[in-house]
Write a protein that binds this ligand. Structure first.
Ligand SMILES: [Zn+2]
Length: 44
């Protein structure tokens, strides 16, 4: 499960020690990445 930083918008592929924090800007609010891309790929 990847996360997206709500501050800088960067994608965090893996959390460090399960600590919710953006490694780029240090912001501590992340959102779970939606699976919209997978849904688009599955549509025919
Ligand atoms: Zn960030």
């Amino acid at each position: 499960m990847a996360y997206v930083c709500l501050h800088c918008g960067k994608k965090i592929e893996q959390l460090e020690h399960n600590f919710i924090r953006c490694r780029f800007c240090g912001y501590r609010v992340l959102a779970k990445e939606r699976s919209s891309l997978a849904r688009e790929l599955s549509t025919d």
